[in-house]
Design a protein. Structure first.
Length: 308
């Protein structure tokens, strides 16, 4: 029989968070009504936190004004029922501070700050960037460690030092280095959130606090069940849910770019009216949509096609 594990890890931003897509109309304009409806849907299907204007939210192609409007719409829709975290990270510290202050003014509950991308700052500069942003508001900060996109990892010693800041309280971990994550977990009080759906269960088993997920757009209840099983020491159930969702992870994270794929999945399931993305992204092709639909069916998230 499963036995209770040690006390649950710290969860400053909740447990099941979605890296929420930004809905656009067919003409590419920001669709705030669909954004509010999507937020409501996610909270109703197992999420207790939402990250707005992260990379999956196509933040590189939304204006500061659009980010503000989107954040305010989501806060109005679900801000009393879920933690709403604003993605404010850029590769310009001054701009990031401006976005952080605007998010605080709008009412955000926390900030997601990615490693400055493309310009490849050394670790001392990475730390200075994070602490400057954390100093700029009174909001708790989740660092986003994703070297595959930023070009620079947040090294272990940098994370340890960042964790000494009162408002830097969590990491969204998409580094893919579980040994490094375990070292930081052992040496700091930072809450770790999996930012890589393929590694959700392994990171949780090391003491992770939760997930910031793309796949959870269509599997929020399943991931809530997985985390509850880990908390209860029920590895058998956690592994079963993890195995069930493997086809969905392949479909959404492996068929094409993640925002493109999950928008196709949300259109397939009737949650979004279109799968529109902004260039340089392009919408999923009909062939990609069919493959994603088949993967979701294998995971038990949508009915199997009639001709299957």
């Amino acid at each position: 029989m499963p036995t209770a594990t040690a006390a649950a890890p710290p969860r400053p931003f909740g447990t099941v968070l979605s890296a929420v897509v930004t809905p656009f109309g067919a003409d590419g304009s920001l669709d705030l009504a669909s954004a509010s409806a999507l937020a409501e849907h996610l909270v109703a299907t197992g999420h207790d936190g939402l990250v707005v204007s992260g990379t999956t939210g196509e933040s590189p192609t939304t204006s500061d004004e659009e980010k503000d409007a989107l954040l305010r719409a989501v806060l109005e829709a679900v801000g009393d029922r879920a933690t709403v975290v604003a993605g404010v990270g850029t590769n310009d510290t001054r701009h990031t501070v401006e976005l952080a202050r605007a998010a605080e003014k709008a009412g955000a509950h926390g900030l997601l700050v990615v490693t400055p991308y493309y310009n490849k700052p050394p670790q001392a500069a990475v730390l200075a960037h994070f602490t400057t942003v954390a100093d700029a508001t009174g909001l708790p900060v989740m660092l986003y460690d994703i070297p595959g996109r930023s070009g620079v990892p947040i090294e272990t010693e940098t994370l340890v030092r960042a964790g000494e800041h009162d408002r830097i309280v969590a990491v969204k971990d998409a580094k893919g280095d579980l040994h490094a994550s375990a070292q930081v977990l052992a040496r700091t009080d930072l809450a770790y959130y999996s930012g890589e759906d393929a590694l959700n269960l392994p990171l949780l088993s090391l003491g992770g606090s939760g997930i910031v997920s793309v796949v959870s757009h269509v599997a929020g209840r399943e991931y809530a069940r997985l985390i509850a099983a880990v908390d209860a020491g029920d590895l058998r159930t956690a592994r079963a849910v993890h195995a069930q969702l493997l086809p969905a992870v392949r479909g959404i994270m492996g068929r094409t770019q993640g925002a493109v794929a999950v928008k196709a999945a949300l259109e397939l399931t009737g949650v979004l009216p279109t799968r529109t993305v902004r260039q340089p992204l392009l919408p999923a092709t009909p062939e990609e949509v069919a493959a994603i639909g088949a993967d979701l069916a294998l995971a038990g998230l949508v009915p199997a096609p009639a001709n299957a």
